[in-house]
Design a protein around this ligand. Sequence first.
Ligand code: SF4
Length: 479
Amino acid sequence: METSMKVLDVARPGVDHHTARDLVAERLRSMGEDGVEAKAAHLAALVSHYGAHPFTPLEQMRQRLGLDRDEFAAVLEVFDRVPELALAVEHGPAGKYWSNTIKPLNEAGALDAAVERRFAFPVSVGLYPGPTCMFRCHFCVRVTGARYAADSLTPGNEVLASVIDEVPNDGRTTMYMSGGLEPLTNPGLGELITRAANRGLDLTMYTNSFALTDATLSRQPGVWDLGALRTSLYGLNDEEYEETTTKKGAFSRVKANLQRFMHQRQERGSDLRLGFNHIILPGRTGRLIDLVDFIAELNESSPDRPLDFVTVREDYSGRDDGRLDEQERDELLHGLDAFMEYAERHTPGMTIDLGYALESLHRGVDAELLRIRPDTMRPTAHPQVAVQVDLLGDVYLYREAGFPDLDGAHRYIAGRVTSDHSLHDVLREFVESGREVEPAPGDEYFLDGFDQSVTARLNQLDQDVADGWGRFRGLVRAS
Ligand code: SF4
């Protein structure tokens, strides 16, 4: 046990190659393996590399190690026989990518289904119920003024209800509500949430919380049936909010809404989990400490039931104006340490999720840049992994495509759910017809960070199969 615990450290930053090799060698010896020295050196290099660079095709790794195909296959066989080595990869700086994204999808069989172009019901179904949004965020792809017509609400909510009824509640598929536009602008939202809760689905809603008022909650008490409510935060004062959302006084209102919501949550003894999504925009890397202060202030509204979580991300949109420059990345590297320590003291018990890229940065390794371009997009997309359904019943293949009138986005509609055509029908037809969407310049912006990670992984798996490494594809697979 002691030996296997140490093997888990092989890909940790700061563990030098000799130590890593010795740790692996010790484990191999305990198994009675022969030729331990050479195998250990190669396995240590393999684990360290994938712990930091998860998208590397196996053939490229073989060449890095300078092994012939038989020698490399022997190394991969040992890797498969020693489960601690896969765990060590997950403990590397890119571990969040493996544990948050790839592992659950591997276990659900969704990635294999996508690679083999087989139908499988998606692991993630997003509902986009909002007909409009009160903000106009400068980084948002939505078309100004575009909204769903008021008369699409009633039939739209019926379609979304049918999707809720259709999703298997076997724990394989998770469902969330987001946008597209702002979910709280849909007056039937509460009923949809209650419907999902009655089916045992643990629903998360992403919202800007501008409309999370007492009036909304009294009209739509079903909001309390959410599993989690995640507020996208666009600044820490009215000026920053206005700069980002163009709405005056929005921060004060969101803050007051959340203070009341937290107070009521405590009074009701509700299990609903509450948290923030915070995107670090250029020029605001220094605000993480203020974020903690803001959360600590909110917690005063419900001292016994503080905020549960915060996720902090860089802007993944891939647009140049969303990128942090060199100096800001440097500041962030130091700022993340201070942030984590400060949060530990002022908001104890709050879960902080830094995601793949920032977690790597926090651990001292600049994450491999994940930039999917039209030439690396997959014409078959990944409906076995995730789809999104809007108010018209249109099923979008990427998370950032589900906005009305968005130029080119209609090409990423797999089909439409109607009263006699289920989500299952739409997706089976899409996959089994072999339909493909030819990517055009700019289409990469339809992919969010999750879509990009999934695309990178599927491309890697395809490459491994094409290179004759199908048996070992992706290195780490379902346990
Ligand atoms: S990012 Fe969200 S809150 Fe901002 S304008 Fe777009 S839909 Fe509205």
